[in-house]
Design a protein around this ligand. Structure first.
Ligand code: FEO
Length: 491
């Protein structure tokens, strides 16, 4: 089976409706995928990429029905991963000696996967051309680390088709091949999911490479990806979208994700989200339990968010493992320009929140005050969580919000614990006299009633009388990182 792409270019790929995992089990392909291979028949016959190794037999069968395999003059391998070069072995067994055009880096990865150093490799660099007759050429463009060192794109002059391989693709399976033929919402969801989960770490390279390609001044009539649709209707839309996504992308969105042993941390998440929505009704708020939700959807939401709140119960004085796994992924994805904060319930020790906060900081997030609650949140603590959400909403607002409502409207007017300045605001020290102060780095609390005798701060010393040389006895950081405590339950 083939599909006409343009003039003498046909799609000869394979569709995979069933696949649900990629990269082991790290990427959930909820809408399947396709492995796009293209056959160009000018004076020379050239195959662009093959398909996943699991479809080798069907691929060779269908390709042989389309073209006499012995007439194939060249194979271009834009990327060595097995979903594109997987059928190369079976193909070259039938047409040995056929030249394989690829990058120098691909020599290592193709041989590393197939163990055939004797294949007729023709390594190319950016700007190299292959004349295919009828006045047309293939121009090669190296795209290292988008997303492997061996990646490249191939441009067909005359028809102005850019064979972009993984870039601009999406794991999306549909009987229709072209972007204007499919559900636009589904398509863009999968494009964003693909970018967020695979390409985010390489965003600076995405920007540089796209600008380099645009600098060539080549017309682009179609972008023929290796997964999903061929962009024929306004193909520059996906290129511009990539430039947008590569530029520290964020929307007016806050994502909360957590794991919860006894539902207590979930109660906190719900209350914090309520507070965010109350203070900023226009911000999008998404909540996920990492143990129950598709992690790629969570990561896509993190990608879209201006800030994330990460919650965990404390288990064995550390965070719950699925939260730790998510934070490891987030660290690897190297998000930039986002805010973060930790929360969680604990029983006799609250190590999880401290560790999450540190991990978020290590991952490059701009950290806001964290929140702990001991045991199950009671009504007052739930209200403190809501207030925390309101404060987060105000701190992270992308536009001017209405002034905070009186605490009386939140039913907590008689609770001195919540009659505080916003937790992460930089309140003048004089307003904090007599109040407990929280170290926002390690969560240690300065209690004026106790002072800090080890630093010669006598019991009864209010915060504004504590010397500026004071250092947190737990983490060693100075007064600047201390904020008023919301209440004992939020210590
Ligand atoms: Fe990098 Fe579609 O494989």
């Amino acid at each position: 089976m083939s599909i006409l792409v343009k003039n003498n270019v046909h799609w000869v790929g394979q569709r995979d409706w069933e696949v649900r995992d990629f990269h082991g089990t790290e990427y959930r392909t909820l809408r399947g995928t396709s492995y796009n291979s293209y056959l160009i028949r000018e004076e020379k016959t050239v195959l662009i990429d093959t398909v996943d190794h699991r479809f080798s037999r069907e691929f060779i069968r269908d390709l042989a029905a389309e073209v006499d395999l012995s007439t194939i003059d060249a194979v271009v391998i834009n990327h060595a991963e097995e979903d594109h070069a997987g059928a190369l072995g079976e193909l070259l067994a039938l047409i040995p000696g056929t030249p394989v055009y690829c990058t120098n880096n691909a020599l290592d990865s193709i041989v590393g996967h197939h163990h055939h150093p004797e294949w007729n490799f023709q390594p190319v660099c950016t700007g190299d051309k292959l004349d295919i007759g009828n006045g047309k050429q293939l121009v090669f463009i190296e795209t290292p680390m988008l997303h492997w060192p061996d990646s490249m794109m191939t441009y067909l002059t005359g028809d102005a088709v850019l064979f972009s391989n993984d870039a601009f693709g999406q794991h999306y399976c549909d009987e229709h091949l072209f972007n204007d033929e499919v559900d636009q919402g589904e398509l863009m969801d999968q494009c964003l999911r693909y970018y967020a989960n695979i390409l985010t770490p390489f965003s600076p390279l995405v920007t540089a490479k796209i600008n380099e390609v645009l600098g060539f001044g080549l017309p682009v009539d179609m972008v023929a990806t290796a997964h999903g649709v061929v962009w024929r209707d306004n193909p520059t839309q996906i290129i511009l979208k990539y430039l947008e996504w590569a530029n520290n992308y964020q929307e007016d969105r806050i994502t909360l994700f957590y794991d919860s042993m006894s539902n207590n941390t979930r109660m906190m998440a719900d209350a914090i989200a309520q507070g965010i929505h109350e203070a900023d009704p226009l911000v999008t708020v998404k909540i996920f339990n990492v143990a129950r939700h598709d992690k790629n959807e969570i990561l896509s939401n993190v990608f879209r968010s201006k800030g994330v709140l990460v919650g965990s119960s404390t288990m064995n004085n550390v965070m719950m493992p699925k939260v730790a796994g998510m934070l490891e992924e987030i660290t690897g994805l190297r998000f930039r320009g986002k805010k973060g904060s930790a929360f969680g319930s604990f029983g006799w020790a609250g190590g999880a929140v401290d560790r999450i906060q540190t991990r978020l900081m290590d991952a490059g997030f701009d950290i806001a005050l964290s929140l702990k609650a001991k045991w199950r949140p009671d009504a007052r603590t739930v209200e403190l969580c809501r207030e925390h959400g309101r404060q987060i909403a105000r701190q992270w607002a992308l536009r001017r919000l209405e002034p905070a409502r009186s605490l009386a409207t939140h039913g907590a007017a008689n609770d001195p614990a919540v009659s505080k300045v916003p937790a992460a605001s930089k309140a003048p020290a004089a307003t904090c006299a007599g109040e407990s102060m929280l170290c926002t780095v390690c969560q240690w609390v300065y209690d004026p009633a106790l002072g800090e005798p080890d630093q010669l701060v006598a019991p009864g010393t209010p915060w504004d009388a504590v010397p500026e040389t004071f250092l947190c006895p737990k983490c060693g950081i100075g007064k600047a990182v201390f904020e008023p405590v919301l209440g004992k339950a939020a210590a």
